[in-house]
Design a protein around this ligand. Structure first.
Ligand SMILES: [Cu+2]
Length: 306
């Protein structure tokens, strides 16, 4: 327990500011997300991990709903990742009676304050020449590049959970999801020291109309995953599980960040390799549940470098 607390203490680097009551305008808080994501997924191409290698060269697509919280249009101009050797933003158009896919030459505009759905039969992120079969339960990272109204560009790192079919739409959106790596990108270790820990951070938004409470988290990368909070107790920072879960009021965002709320991963079952990704499934008190892809990288370092 003592060792565990110590490791957790080392994870506490910064204390997040209280989250803005209202998500708009996005510029009210420098760290507030410009775009948020919901119902993110990609279609599996194989049934199990032992078939993944043979499924190289296949095609799939990634889908999601992107919501622009800012007061200016943004344009998704490019998507990159190691999952496929060619990744394009496509639309489906009818040519007479024939459905055709077409790359979007000018990118995909997400109008100010609006959502755009990428879904089967419409906009999608086409993954061609897959470098590995897509196994249900896995997730892979993508880097999305946006052109902002002021002429600057923004890169957003997300991860896409691999599912067998489209998820039920969930009234929750996320942004800035990340988990701290436990090994470097070029470290080929595939076992983990007993008792290894890490944590998952994100902006989590209830975009529905009703109160809900995050009560459970499940992931294949850790034996135990808990929702924690950090508290000062007699000048000592301590973390503890949230006994009643994490309140998610409608229309508001909650920050999970180092020094505050976080999803604690304990007894890791595999190393968390920098640059890769995994999936977590969040369960709500209402009975709703949804799966979020978690890119593994040190976001505090990449923010500092910006
Ligand atoms: Cu913790």
């Amino acid at each position: 327990m003592r060792k565990f607390l110590l490791v957790c203490f080392l994870l506490l680097l910064t204390v997040p500011a209280a989250y803005a009551q209202d998500m708009m305008p996005a510029h009210a808080n420098a760290d507030a997300p410009v775009v948020v994501y919901s119902d993110v997924w990609a279609r599996a191409t194989v049934a199990g991990v032992n078939m993944a290698k043979q499924a190289m060269g296949g095609v799939s697509a990634a889908y999601m709903t992107i919501t622009n919280l800012s007061d200016a249009d943004v344009t998704l101009t490019g998507v990159a990742g190691l999952v496929a050797s060619m990744i394009e933003i496509h639309n489906v158009v009818m040519d007479g009676d024939v459905m055709m896919m077409q790359p979007l030459a000018d990118g995909l505009v997400i109008p100010a304050g609006e959502s755009v759905a990428l879904a089967p039969g419409g906009y999608h992120i086409m993954l061609m020449d897959l470098q590995m079969g897509l196994v249900p339960g896995d997730a892979f990272p993508l880097a999305l590049t946006y052109a902002l109204a002021d002429g600057s560009t923004m890169e957003d790192r997300i991860a896409v959970p691999v599912l067998e079919e489209a998820p039920e739409a969930a009234p929750f959106a996320v942004a800035g999801v990340w988990s701290r790596p436990t090994i470097a990108a070029d470290d080929d270790a595939n076992t983990v020291e007993p008792g290894g820990v890490s944590a998952v951070y994100m902006h989590l938004l209830n975009v529905g109309e009703a109160d809900d409470v995050l009560v459970g988290v499940e992931t294949s990368v850790a034996t135990v995953s808990e929702i924690h909070e950090v508290r000062m107790q007699n000048d000592v920072m301590q973390m503890q599980p949230l006994a009643d879960g994490l309140m998610l009021p409608p229309g508001e965002g909650v920050i999970l960040a180092p020094g505050g709320y976080h999803i604690m991963l304990m007894d890791l079952t595999q190393p968390l390799r920098d640059g890769s990704a995994f999936a977590v499934t969040l369960t709500l008190e209402s009975g709703a549940s949804f799966t979020v892809g978690v890119p593994i990288y040190d976001r505090t370092m990449s923010m500092a470098g910006m």
